[in-house]
Design a binder for this molecule. Structure first.
Ligand code: CA
Length: 444
C-alpha cells in the first residue's frame, strides 16, 4: 500500500475563485474535486466533470480551451471521453495529475486559476442546468458483506443460535451482482414483484414485495484492470481502486428470504441499485484514512494473503454515512427529511484492499470501471444500523417518524437519501453529495 500522500490539494487554507466552494459546509471544496459524468440540458453528449462547490468544471470545454495542455495527450483524451472508464484505466497516478491541475485551475491565487477564471462562462456548468449519469460503464458489479455488525444482526434474525457462519472471519463474503440494474441518484425505483411465502416451506405467491428496504453502502470503482488469472498482492491493492461513491443496494426482503438459499440473493437485489454520481478519489480521502477494524481477541488473524502492516495501520476510511427519509405525507406537510441512521465506514470488519485482493485471488479479471459494493454499513448501536431490516428488527420495532407514521419497511412514495462526509481537525470537510431514490408503486 502506498504511504500517506498529502500535498497542496489537502491544504485547508486554499481558496477557490468559485465562491460556493469556500463555504464550510459544501461537499465539494477545492480539497475534494470528485469526478463524474454529466450532460448539459442543451446536448445529449455526456462529458467528464469535476465538482467544485455548486458548479462543475466541464473537462471537454476545458480541454478545448487549452487548460489541460500540460497533461499527457492520453490523459487529455480520457478527459474528453463519454465515461470515466478511460481515465480509470490510466490508473491512479494520471488521475492524481488531473486532480492536482484542476486544483490549480480552480484556485483563486494561481496563474492557472486566473486563466481558467477568465474562461469561466465556457468551462463552468451550473448544477441546475445539467443531468448526472452513472459515471462509468460498469462491466461487473460485486457486492460484499463486510460489516460484522450487519452480518451478526441479520444472521441472528434468521439463525438465532448461529448468526455468523464459520467462513465470515476468514474471508470477505460477497456475491456477483447485476451491473445492468445500476442507476444514478434521482432515478425512481419501481417496487418489484416476485415470489414470497407466508410460511417457510411455502407455497409461494407472486405479488409486489411487501418488505422493500434500502442498504447503506460504499461503492468502489476499479482503476487499473487485472488479467484473468492475475493476483493482486494486498500491498498493491489500492493501486487498483480509483475512488468511492455512495451505493443503495435496494432489497426486497420477502423475496430474498424465499430465494437466498442455497445460492444467495438473486432477484431480490437485482431490480435496482442506486449510485451517487460523483466519484471521490482515494487521493481526496487521504487525510481521512484510519486503522483497519480491531478484531476481538478470540478472532483469527487474517490469512497471509489478506494481511498487510500498512493495511492494518491505515486500510480503513473515516467516512460518516447517513440515511434520510422523506415520505409522501412529509412532503405534503412541507416537513424536512428525517435522519434514520448515522454510521461510520471505519467500523467495517474487512478493508476495501482485502475485498479487492480476495476478489482477484479467485482468478477473475477486474476491469476499469467495475464496481465493488462494501455491503451494508452498520455499526454496533441501533442508531448506526444501515438498513430498515435491522433498524426495525424484521418489522418487530417499527421506526416512528415525526409525522406519526411508522415504518417497518419502505412504502410507495418514500424517498431515501444517503449522504456521507469526512471531517478531521486541520483539514477541509469533504462530502460525497447525495444518493437518492423514490419508491414507485409496483406495476399491476
Ligand atoms: Ca448489499
Amino acid at each position: 500500500m502506498t504511504q500517506p500522500l498529502l500535498d497542496d490539494t489537502h491544504d485547508p487554507s486554499a481558496q477557490s475563485w468559485v465562491e460556493s466552494a469556500n463555504a464550510p459546509d459544501t461537499d465539494f471544496p477545492l480539497a475534494n474535486l470528485p469526478f463524474g459524468i454529466f450532460r448539459h440540458d442543451f446536448e445529449e453528449r455526456p462529458r467528464v466533470g469535476i465538482a467544485i462547490g455548486d458548479r462543475v468544471l466541464d473537462c471537454l470545454a476545458a480541454v478545448r480551451a487549452g487548460l489541460f495542455n500540460t497533461v499527457d495527450p492520453a490523459v487529455r483524451d480520457a478527459l474528453t471521453s463519454w465515461t470515466l472508464n478511460p481515465l480509470m484505466a490510466l490508473g491512479r497516478s494520471d488521475a492524481r495529475d488531473v486532480r492536482r491541475l484542476a486544483h490549480r485551475l480552480l484556485q483563486a491565487e494561481t496563474p492557472e486559476g486566473a486563466k481558467a477564471r477568465a474562461l469561466a462562462d465556457d468551462v463552468l456548468a451550473s448544477t441546475d442546468s445539467i443531468g448526472m449519469r452513472v459515471p462509468a460503464e460498469i462491466g461487473d458489479y460485486s457486492d460484499f458483506y463486510a460489516s460484522i455488525h450487519h452480518a451478526t444482526n441479520v444472521g441472528s434474525m434468521f439463525r438465532p443460535d448461529n448468526p455468523l457462519l464459520p467462513n465470515y472471519k476468514w474471508m470477505p463474503i460477497g456475491y456477483h451482482g447485476r451491473a445492468s440494474s445500476i442507476v444514478p441518484s434521482g432515478t425512481p425505483v419501481r417496487r418489484p414483484r416476485g415470489q414470497s411465502v407466508a410460511s417457510p416451506d411455502g407455497p409461494p405467491t407472486v405479488s409486489p414485495s411487501g418488505r422493500m428496504d434500502y442498504e447503506l453502502e460504499i461503492g468502489a470503482y476499479i482503476a487499473r484492470g487485472t488479467r484473468q488469472g492475475d493476483v493482486v498482492p494486498i500491498a498493491r491493492a489500492e493501486d487498483y481502486l480509483f475512488g468511492l461513491c455512495l451505493l443503495n443496494d435496494w432489497s426486497a426482503r420477502d423475496l430474498q428470504q424465499w430465494e437466498y438459499q442455497p445460492l444467495g440473493p438473486f432477484l431480490s437485489k437485482s431490480f435496482a441499485s442506486t449510485v451517487s454520481p460523483w466519484v471521490v478519489t482515494l487521493d481526496a480521502l487521504e487525510p481521512f484514512r484510519v486503522a483497519s477494524f480491531t478484531r476481538a481477541p478470540g478472532d483469527p488473524a487474517p490469512l497471509p494473503y489478506l494481511d498487510d502492516a500498512a493495511d492494518r495501520a491505515r486500510g480503513g476510511f473515516g467516512i460518516t454515512l447517513e440515511v434520510w427519509i422523506t415520505t409522501e405525507a412529509m412532503r405534503a406537510a412541507g416537513a424536512p427529511a428525517e435522519r434514520l441512521s448515522r454510521g461510520d465506514f471505519g467500523t467495517m470488519y474487512w478493508t476495501l484492499a482485502q475485498m479487492l485482493t480476495h476478489h482477484a485471488s479467485g482468478g477473475c479479471a477486474l476491469r476499469p470501471g467495475d464496481l465493488i459494493g462494501s455491503g451494508t454499513v452498520s455499526g454496533p448501536d441501533r442508531g448506526s444500523r444501515g438498513c430498515l431490516l435491522e433498524l426495525a428488527w424484521r418489522g418487530q420495532s417499527p421506526v416512528t417518524l415525526s409525522t406519526g407514521e411508522t415504518r417497518a419497511f419502505l412504502q410507495d412514495g418514500d424517498e431515501v437519501t444517503l449522504r456521507a462526509s469526512c471531517e478531521r481537525e486541520g483539514f477541509r470537510r469533504i462530502g460525497f453529495g447525495t444518493c437518492a431514490g423514490r419508491v414507485m408503486p409496483a406495476l399491476a
